[in-house]
Design a protein around this ligand. Structure first.
Ligand code: ADP
Length: 374
């Protein structure tokens, strides 16, 4: 049996392991918390720091392949492991491009992939010098995540809020829709496109609020979305799963925003709603099996279950009973011991052929199920 490791033991690692249970594979997980969601589902758990060279190298040595659940892993160790024959999904060369938003934007530009116009900025002074770019968005080059490395700059006064670190300043797109398109690509270069999903954001938390699959797009816009996502996946020259986030503006122009080289929050519904889930698909790629069918069986919505503000401590799921009474709703509790305001604690998938039923239930779940501590 192939030995495959996952760097990171959070919810994505956990869902990967749930899918792995159907395949002949020996699983390994490394995370610095031995009570993390994935710790008890793998065959072998190692406590370690995914950002530390020695920890990652020691963990990966002797494995057949490695994958990641988050980009903030030590890519130097992955590169060394790759030269020693360990297969890495995604390849460290692709990860390096994606980890740094400056390199990522330059990669889009080089490949003629439509993306918001941008300049590279060295520090805050540099941001301020590019006043002509306003309204704009300043994004930190390294380490931004879940909206923390993004600052919207609408006025001259907002320039002060820019990052005093290398990053990019890009033109603000008048967003009509935010879309995520997941692409699978195997060693042979064969691809599978999941139906794109439409993302609806919470303006306060900046975390995904709920999403609808498949996105309602005119055919020509759908083609553009698919073509951009396919080009990105091919140009990265790495097998794996890639989640491409895109903006559609008022003129139906499509812009690549950013790519995650891994299974993604925007694909959670594929567990129940699609013939082959994103997690299944990644195992098929890593184990060398044929790609699965990414098409949806039924439309779906995902609601994130986020730790309520003001609660910090052992998690309690208020309203879970009521939500479990709702028809065609599937609740995934990640099993994180402690909640805190804004933490991703689980998600619920809703299945329905009726779009208004999806949004109605999504809102009902958001108001019924609260993650608090007692
Ligand atoms: P993160 O990696 O932290 O999620 P993103 O680059 O996805 O950062 O940006 C977070 C959010 O900020 C996006 O989902 C979008 O709503 C908004 N945003 C980012 N870039 C732009 C842009 N150029 N124009 C308009 N809104 C943007």
């Amino acid at each position: 049996m192939l030995k495959i490791g996952i760097l990171g033991g959070g919810q994505l690692g956990k869902m990967l392991l749930q899918a792995a249970a159907n395949y002949p594979v020996e699983t390994f997980v490394m995370e610095n918390d031995d009570d993390c969601p994935a710790a008890h589902l793998c065959h072998h758990f190692t406590k370690g720091d995914i950002k530390n060279f020695d920890d990652v190298y020691r963990f990966g040595k002797g494995l057949d392949a490695l994958t990641i659940e988050i980009e903030s892993v030590n890519e130097d160790a992955l590169e060394k492991l790759e030269t020693e024959g360990v297969k890495i999904y995604p390849k460290p060369s692709a990860l390096r491009i994606i980890k740094n938003k400056i390199l990522q934007k330059q990669f889009y530009k080089k490949g003629d992939i439509p993306t918001a116009e941008f300049v590279v900025t060295k520090d805050l002074e540099d941001v301020k010098r590019n006043e002509s770019f306003i309204p704009a968005v300043n994004k930190i080059g390294m380490g931004g995540y879940d909206g923390r490395g993004v600052q919207i700059i609408k006025t001259k006064a907002d320039l002060e809020k820019g990052f005093d670190a290398p990053g990019i300043l890009e033109k603000l797109v008048t967003i009509q829709k935010e879309i995520a398109q997941i692409v699978a690509i195997n060693e042979k270069g064969e691809t599978a496109l999941f139906p794109p999903v439409e993302m609806v954001f919470d303006p306060v938390l900046n975390l995904l609020d709920y999403q609808i699959s498949p996105a309602n797009l005119p055919e020509k816009t759908l083609w553009k979305v698919e073509a951009i996502a396919l080009k990105i996946a091919r140009d990265l020259k790495s097998p794996g799963i890639f989640a491409v986030e895109l903006f559609i503006d008022r003129q139906n122009d499509v812009f690549a925003n950013e790519t995650a080289p891994r299974v993604h929050n925007s694909g959670h519904h594929t567990i129940e709603a699609n013939y082959c889930s994103q997690f299944d698909m990644l195992w098929r790629i890593m184990l060398g099996y044929p790609l699965g069918n990414p098409k949806h069986i039924i439309p779906a919505a995902i609601v994130n279950l986020i730790g309520a503000d003001g609660y910090d401590g052992p998690a309690y799921y208020e309203g879970l009973n009521e939500v479990l009474q709702m028809d065609n709703v599937f609740v995934h509790i990640y099993g994180k011991q402690k909640t805190r305001g804004g933490r991703k604690m689980g998600h619920a998938t809703i299945l329905s052929t009726d779009k208004s039923d999806l949004t109605h239930k999504a809102n009902k779940i958001k108001h019924t199920l609260k993650v608090i501590s007692q």
